[in-house]
Design a protein. Structure first.
Length: 211
């Protein structure tokens, strides 16, 4: 059975961010502080993965295969934020699509990557590597930031997602997603971040499995 995943980054005013914070920030904190997830993150930081084109075909050692599986488990799950998709309780009909994405301050600024049987954050993180990924706030593609925090983190995000020509070519080779007219994960997040900063808006990033 196939799955469909989405990673979205939307702009919001600070009043909306404050409304969403009690619902979202505890889930993010729980994911970030989970001991298993933290160990997977440290493992990837210590030993970046080989070229993704070697992952299939039986060319990896057992240790390398375990490392790839650990990385994919880390970056291919929305964690506790999955609870926000259909609601976190029997009387809670809150959903990310109507409750967050449709409330974007400017839909044109939204970054959205919808994938079938794949995960946008996993591809981005592998393409940019652990050092650049560690500069991004939040946890594995999910975050909730006020306008002031967007401004504070923008220089780090610029360092993470701005490339010299040879660096961009290398990142493109390791981004395994296919694009037609869709925006690349190497371009969209920084564009959305810059738009929020220019307009004095906050940002919400959510990565999850839709179904």
């Amino acid at each position: 059975m196939g799955i469909t995943t989405a990673w979205a980054i939307t702009t919001h005013d600070d009043a909306f961010v404050a409304e969403l914070a009690p619902r979202m920030l505890p889930l993010l904190a729980a994911d970030r502080d989970d001991p298993v997830a933290r160990e997977r993150w440290r493992r990837w930081q210590r030993a970046p993965l080989p070229d993704h084109r070697t992952w299939c075909g039986g060319t990896l050692s057992t240790e390398q295969r375990d490392a790839v599986d650990s990385f994919l488990a880390l970056t291919s799950s929305g964690g506790r934020l999955e609870e926000m998709w259909s609601g976190s309780g029997p009387d809670d009909d809150f959903g990310v699509a109507s409750g967050v994405w449709e409330q974007s301050a400017d839909p044109d600024d939204m970054f959205l990557s919808v994938q079938s049987k794949d995960f946008a954050v996993a591809s981005l993180f592998h393409a940019i590597g652990p050092h650049r990924a560690s500069l991004l706030p939040g946890w594995c593609g999910s975050f909730l930031l006020t306008s002031a925090e967007v401004t504070t983190f923008l220089p780090a995000v610029e360092r993470a997602l701005t490339f010299a020509p040879h660096e961009r070519a290398a990142a493109d080779e390791q981004d395994w997603l296919s694009y037609d007219d869709e925006e690349s994960v190497l371009d969209g997040p920084l564009r959305a971040w810059r738009a929020a900063g220019a307009q004095g808006l906050g940002l919400c990033g959510v990565a999850l499995t839709i179904y």
